[in-house]
Design a protein around this ligand. Structure first.
Ligand code: NAD
Ligand code: UDX
Length: 463
């Protein structure tokens, strides 16, 4: 089937950029992105293309090119489902916060709602594509719901996980390492796979489009995230040993990364990984392994999370210990709140947990992040429910410039690796701080020798 109309349910960090690029590269396909969140859709439709809800380098230009031509954002979910031949499900799949599997399993309620809505609305055959990251064998549940409509409509379920990373989403979508499409091994399944292959083939070389069975595709996504996160936890584990032994983790990472079997990417020691995916997906993998009775497999992967939690906690503990075992009433400036540079996303950012620890020690946190608004910082802390929102508001303030955030501070903590942090007038920042002026660089972003030459007491990770 030649696809001319696509619907994507979920206008978030994946649905928005992915569909914008499909629309840009396939002008003959009408792409409609729908969401229940009317504010989000309104922001996607904002006349000012820089006001779209997601900050990603290059994204507003892609949206500007395709929006109104063949890219549409709407809250009319039913109409878009009805019209489309192919429907991407790109809704959130967070960790369950209640019931069986609480804190581990993926919460599939939004996925099920989508499946039920498609079942209810569809009047002709559809291809339904899992774009969200899902536990292996979810396609079975979706198929079950779709096959019980009783109206004779045929559905093909494909798995097409998304591998983009935030901050480089547009680049990753334009030049993917691979596109993975899993589907049924039946002739109808293979035909559905081919329809989606043809969409991507508009800009992705055919040798980078990989097709598998559905279960391999679903499990590959969880596996990829587990491997990536494992590399960070591995280097972070070694960073602590480096600090005890005089080795320098950056030098160690470089030395091992030059081994072509290991590779140099994803070996940057940090205050701990954040983002909406790694923790959620590994917990989900652990839960799945446990549910099959594979306890050793589950324990193995759980260590990646345990190590990451330790890395965050040990960062805040080091700040307290270095500041003479008390940060009570001391101003600690946070440079960065986002979970990585070039995104306004803060989900699971290490900054949230470090701030929470320091507020427990009665510190005053002063935040500067180029893309994260003050309200988001407070909302992230409130979400933890460690203390009342009033209490959080008394302990944290956001500032419009780094100089204001750092003025009078006892210490600076670098939580995000924004490029602009390296360009500041660090002498001016130093002059405005309490002495000794400490820097805790959770990203090894600044140069130790330059900072020490100014007079800072500099602590990086793993050296
Ligand atoms: P998100 O929270 O940014 O967006 C999800 C959107 O779906 C929300 O706007 C929500 O309102 C909407 N939604 C939920 N239920 C709906 C329904 N029934 N009808 C219409 N809209 C509905 O999430 P995201 O970051 O885009 O992630 C989506 C999925 O993609 C997740 O499974 C995630 O694991 C996966 N993923 C995310 C990334 C990433 O970098 N963020 C990368 C790869 C894969
Ligand atoms: C990740 C995967 O990379 C992507 O393929 C998947 O689709 C979604 O999850 P994302 O979370 O957006 O993407 O960003 P990523 O670049 O993977 O970074 C995740 C976290 O790890 C960030 O907090 C980042 O700062 C941290 N990180 C990354 C390190 O601490 N060290 C590294 O070497 C790399």
């Amino acid at each position: 089937m030649k696809i001319t109309k696509i619907c994507c349910i979920g206008a978030g960090y994946v649905g928005g950029p992915t569909m914008a690029v499909i629309a840009q590269k396939c002008p003959d396909i009408q792409v409609t992105v729908v969401d229940l969140n009317a504010d989000r859709i309104a922001a996607w439709n904002d006349k000012n293309v820089d006001a779209i809800p997601i900050y990603e380098p290059g994204l507003s230009a892609v949206v500007a090119e395709a929006r109104g031509r063949n890219l549409f954002f709407s809250t009319d979910v039913e109409k878009a489902i009805d019209e489309a031949q192919l429907i991407f499900i790109s809704v959130n799949t967070p960790t369950k916060t209640y019931g069986k599997g609480k804190g581990m399993a993926a919460d599939l309620k939004y996925i099920e709602l989508c499946a039920r809505q498609i079942a209810q609305v569809a009047k002709d055959n559809k291809i339904v594509v899992e774009k969200s990251t899902l536990p292996v064998r979810t396609a079975e549940a979706i198929k079950n719901i779709l096959d019980h409509t009783g109206n004779g409509v045929q559905f093909q379920i494909l798995s097409n996980p998304e591998f983009l990373a935030e901050g480089t989403a547009v680049e990753d979508l334009l030049h993917p390492d691979r596109i993975l499409i899993g589907g049924d091994t039946t002739p109808d399944g293979q035909e559905a796979i081919q329809s989606l292959v043809d969409v991507y083939a508009n800009w992705v070389p055919s040798d980078k489009i990989l097709t598998t069975n559905v279960w391999s595709s679903e499990l590959s996504k969880l596996t990829a995230n587990a491997f990536l996160a494992q590399r960070i936890s591995s280097i972070n584990a070694l960073s602590e040993l480096c600090e005890k032994t005089g080795a320098d983790v950056t030098e160690v990472a470089r030395a091992i990364g030059m081994d072509s079997r290991i590779g140099s990417k994803f070996l940057k020691s940090s205050v701990g990984f954040g983002g909406s995916c790694f923790q959620k997906d590994i917990l989900n993998l652990v839960y799945i392994a446990k549910s099959y009775g594979l306890n050793e497999v589950a324990d193995y992967w759980e260590q990646v999370i345990i190590m990451n939690d330790h890395q965050k906690r040990r960062f805040s503990a080091k700040i307290v210990q270095t500041l003479y075992n008390t940060v009570a009433s001391k101003k600690i400036a946070f440079l960065g709140w986002a979970f990585k540079k070039d995104t306004n996303d803060t989900r699971e950012s290490a900054a949230i947990y470090v701030a929470d620890d320091l507020i427990n020690e009665q510190a005053q946190i002063a935040v500067y992040d180029p893309k994260v608004p003050a309200a988001k910082v407070l909302a992230d802390l409130d979400y933890l429910e460690t203390r009342t929102p009033e209490s959080n508001a008394q302990s944290v303030a956001s500032f419009g410039t780094p100089y204001e955030a750092c003025a009078g501070a006892h210490a600076i903590a670098v939580l995000t690796e924004w490029d602009e942090f390296t360009t500041y007038d660090w002498q001016k920042i130093y002059d405005g701080m309490q002495k000794p002026a400490f820097i805790f660089d959770g990203r090894n972003l600044l140069h130790r020798s330059e900072m020490e030459a100014i007079g800072f007491v500099y602590h990086g990770i793993g050296a």
